[in-house]
Design a protein around this ligand. Structure first.
Ligand code: CAA
Length: 259
């Protein structure tokens, strides 16, 4: 499938790389881009050979937010009727395969929210995160007011949302928003290596691990721990568990088949 606002590649076995590609607008998220991203995720989800995705932008910007020029003249009725960006956000949220956000440059507004919709963020030293919607007289609309405090705590989230100040990569790592910070010229390599490592694991175990870590934000500790124990037990129904443990005992690399 070909896209106008995305470039989709397969850099190594099991890994799909999706690059946001609206350089003239610093990858601002418009309806076309989010529609194409949803289609690319549908395709990756349906493709059994894809086991992990990396979502990235350019050196200058992961994404500088929702497209202000597209939104500026919309009425409340239009925003509400279109459920503006609701479908795309749900599509990313519900992807069963892991998505790593590889962020260099600006990740602002909807761009920061898009990165937070992914499973984890690997940042270049040049990355800058922010929710500057207050400067436009509005607020985050793709989950920022909810995911940012869960990631960095109330104090920093409130500071960022109300003052619109940006967080650099070092602060974002200290605050827990990103999992690693790497030099800009190594960022994509590092994200692709992490994706390749994930792609080499049992896809069944990967999907269940992803589901359970996400469940930690939606449920109580005791329910989450019980769910975890049940799914841990259920993994013993798969050949991949036998293979993984046999390979350890036999001192060889496991070959996971996803069954
Ligand atoms: N929407 C539309 N176009 C955008 C854009 C956006 N969010 N961000 C940047 N662009 C465009 C600029 O208009 C400019 O286009 P022209 O060359 O045609 O003028 C081009 O991208 C380059 O941008 P700048 O010239 O502004 O580049 P800069 O280096 O001087 O500044 C920046 C970079 C600080 C990121 C600045 O572009 C900026 O502040 N962008 C807007 C950030 C923002 O407010 N994001 C939140 C959007 S609202 C939102 O996201 C709501 C939501 O949660 C759903």
């Amino acid at each position: 499938m070909s896209y106008e606002t995305l470039i989709v590649e397969t850099p190594s076995a099991g890994v799909a790389l999706i690059r946001l590609n609206r350089p003239e607008a610093l990858n601002a998220l418009n309806s076309q881009l989010l529609g194409e991203l949803s289609k690319a995720l549908d395709a990756a989800e349906a493709d059994e050979t894809v086991r992990c995705l990396v979502l990235t932008g350019s050196d200058r910007a992961f994404a500088a937010g929702a497209d202000i020029k597209e939104m500026s003249d919309k009425s409340y009725a239009q925003m509400f009727s279109a459920d503006f960006f609701g479908a795309a956000a749900r599509r990313i949220e519900q992807c069963r395969k892991p998505i790593i956000a590889a962020v260099a440059g600006y990740a602002l507004g909807g761009g920061c929210e898009l990165a937070m919709l992914c499973d984890f963020i690997i940042a270049a030293e040049t990355a800058k995160f922010g929710q500057p919607e207050i400067n436009l007289g509005v607020m985050p609309g793709i989950g920022g007011t909810q995911r940012l405090p869960r990631a960095v705590g109330k104090a920093k989230a409130m500071d960022m949302v109300l003052t619109a100040r940006m967080m650099d990569a070092a602060e974002a790592e200290r605050a827990g928003l990103v999992s690693r910070v790497v030099p800009a010229d190594k960022m994509l390599e590092e994200a692709l290596a992490a994706a390749a490592k994930i792609a080499s694991q049992s896809p069944l175990a990967v999907a269940m691990n992803k589901e359970l870590v996400n469940a930690a934000f939606e449920t109580t500790l005791s329910t989450g721990v019980t769910m975890e124990r049940r799914l841990f037990h259920s993994l013993f129904a798969f050949e991949d568990q036998k293979e993984g443990m046999a390979a350890f005992v036999e001192k060889r690399k496991p070959e996971f088949k996803g069954r």
